[in-house]
Design a protein around this ligand. Structure first.
Ligand code: SAH
Length: 507
């Protein structure tokens, strides 16, 4: 065996939560990830490795070269020979209609070590999300996974429709949407009852899941009318009627909506999760980006002189995380803070501190720099305060606390910058008016958002794309840049934003 190793990993059917723990572990240790067109890119949100999308068909792969299977195999082999740990991430399960076994064989021939990490295949996942149990004991004692790609009318078809028509259980066709009519015809001709319950599930387990449920003979017409698109599964059998009783996914409160998330991408994980939980598709529209400071020197110098300070102040969760991590990386730990009092601007900053098992000595009632300064004032007369913050921000602490002869030394432990533009996929959705709601969660986000808009996009706002603000202060900032707000959160959190959308939608 030579070089690195390749993991053939199943990514699951679409919902980014439907990947296995083992699959995630592989992603985290990979040097290179090659993923196919069926994989939801949200799965890759939190890996910092190099990723490449491989396209085997031109559909949905704009501006990318279509790769032949041989080329993909070669790419896996050459990366492994360089000693890399490679993940080949494939939709569903890599060995169910996924060519994973061909890739495995090519790796074996080249003497490359590999492992297979199975995934949840579309048949069980999409059926489950559509309220269909393909093996319900009253309806089916077997299930067949069938390729619909072959033309059933061809004499050399590997599928014997006489056998399929008599199969004592559920038939699930993959890759069959474009041959639906011929599949249905062939089954009926071979004796399958026209009245057999049947369904097509399109884009299963995603916020755009659509299910058409009818009788076998009616199915092609109904599917045509509903305009279903690939990827789609065809499910045929009595179990399909279970759906009437136990369908659930398509009833989620924000099902099918696209919601723009304007926070920094590094911070959006909770909102992405929440949107998915509510049935919506999160679209990343970050207006700022966060990263380490250009220069750690002043931070390291301050850490070395920490004994001179009486107070340490944090005004954001990022400040806490960057400062604490730097402390650790420079060889210290929390004991270095033992003699200091700690103040935070609000509860989420205090919560970030708690992650390091540190308790804030002071958290003002109101989440504002003025309130923090006022709360500190009586406590810090003549003292030295170290403030770990961002490159931008107001100077309220310094001026207010100078009044009681306290010195505030600010160190920049992280930087935030305005993003220059949005990613092409998000931008396309925005331009075509396909984003339903955009959440704006601070006045600076609102201003930055407005700066990034083109005239075309502005046209959609208020009609196809609506804006929701987190608070009255943000609403005012939105109005100041000449935009209109369609809803406002009652609770000044992202959860409040989602609740406001829900209220608007159910109206
Ligand atoms: N290895 C994959 C299947 C790849 S073949 C798996 O195990 O799921 C591609 C076919 O899978 C599509 O043509 C479609 O029939 C089916 N498919 C994949 N994802 C799907 C989804 N989210 N909803 C419905 N069908 C899906």
């Amino acid at each position: 065996m030579a070089g690195g190793k390749v993991y053939l990993v199943g990514a699951g059917p679409g919902d980014p939560g439907l990947i296995t723990l083992k699959g995630i572990e592989c992603l985290q240790k990979a040097d290179l990830i090659l993923y196919d067109g069926l994989v939801n890119p949200l799965i890759l949100q939190h890996v910092s490795t190099e990723v490449e999308r491989t396209c085997r068909v031109s559909e949905g792969c704009k501006n990318r070269r279509v790769l032949q299977q041989d080329e993909i195999n070669q790419r896996l082999i050459s990366a492994a020979l360089e000693g890399k740990t490679v993940v080949r991430l494939k939709g569903g399960d890599p060995f169910i209609f996924g060519r994973g076994s061909e890739e495995a064989a090519a790796l074996r021939n080249a003497g490359i070590e590999f492992e297979v990490v199975p995934g949840i295949t579309a048949a069980t996942a999409a059926a489950g999300y559509a309220g269909i149990s393909v093996t319900h004991r009253a309806h089916a004692s077997a299930v067949a996974l069938i390729t619909g790609h072959e033309d059933p009318t061809k004499p050399d078809s590997a599928l014997d429709y006489d056998v399929l028509a008599k199969f004592p259980g559920t038939l699930v066709f993959y890759m069959g949407l474009h041959k639906l009519e011929r599949i249905v015809e062939s089954l009926i001709q071979a004796g399958k009852a026209e009245e057999t319950p049947a369904a097509v599930i399109s884009r299963g387990t995603t916020p755009f899941q659509k299910t058409v449920h009818s009788t076998l003979s009616q199915l092609p017409e109904q599917v045509r009318q509903a305009g279903l698109v690939a990827p789609s599964l065809i499910v045929i059998g009595d179990c399909v009627s279970l759906r009437d009783q136990i369908a659930w996914f398509e009833d989620k409160p924000l099902f099918g909506l696209r919601i723009g998330i304007t926070r920094a991408e590094e911070q959006s994980e909770p909102e992405i999760k929440r949107a998915l939980e509510l049935g919506a598709q999160p679209v990343l529209l970050p207006t700022i980006e966060i990263g380490p400071p250009a220069d750690w020197e002043p931070v390291d110098a301050a850490i070395a002189r920490l004994d001179e300070y009486q107070w340490l102040v944090f005004t954001s969760a990022n400040g806490v995380n960057y400062f604490m991590n730097r402390l650790w990386e420079t060889g210290y730990d929390a004991r270095k803070l033992a003699r200091l009092k700690i103040a935070t601007i609000g509860p989420s900053t205090a919560a970030a501190l708690q992650q390091f098992h540190l308790r804030a000595d002071l958290v003002p009632d109101q989440y504002r720099a003025e309130a923090l300064a006022a709360a500190l004032k009586p406590l810090v007369q003549g003292q030295k305060i170290l403030w770990a913050g961002a490159n931008r921000g107001r100077e309220v602490l310094q001026t207010e606390l100078a009044e009681v002869s306290a010195t505030v030394d600010k160190i920049v432990v992280y930087e935030n910058h305005d993003v220059a533009s949005w990613g092409s996929e998000s931008l396309e959705l925005l331009e075509s008016g396909e984003i339903d709601w955009i959440g704006l969660s601070s006045p600076s986000i609102a201003r930055n958002f407005s700066r990034l808009l083109t005239e075309d996009i502005r046209q959609h706002l208020g009609s196809r794309t609506r804006l929701v603000s987190i608070s009255p202060v943000t609403t005012q900032a939105v109005k100041d840049v000449g935009l209109q707000i369609d809803a406002e959160a009652e609770e000044y959190l992202w959860d409040g934003i989602f609740a406001a959308i829900q209220k608007h939608v159910s109206r």
